[in-house]
Design a protein around this ligand. Structure first.
Ligand SMILES: [Zn+2]
Length: 72
């Protein structure tokens, strides 16, 4: 079954918990991030670009409900 464009968009954003045990801040990451994404709180790397799809280093908590603005 093909996903609708809207469904794809919804799943493109995921909420990731910072891998640092002392931080655990939640950051919304674009699943196909082309740049390394770092935690806003502590600067820990939470996602790295990996051939079109981001390699998520932190814990994936859930899909973000809807696209949101992310800081590049
Ligand atoms: Zn952090």
């Amino acid at each position: 079954m093909k996903m609708s464009q809207e469904e794809k968009l919804k799943r493109s954003y995921i909420v990731v918990r910072c891998p640092s045990e002392e931080c655990e801040a939640e950051t919304i990451v674009f699943a196909h991030a082309k740049n390394t994404v770092v935690c806003k709180e502590c600067g820990e790397v939470i996602a790295k670009p990996l051939g079109g799809k981001a390699d998520i280093i932190g814990e994936v908590l859930r899909f973000a409900g809807q696209p949101v603005e992310t800081e590049e």
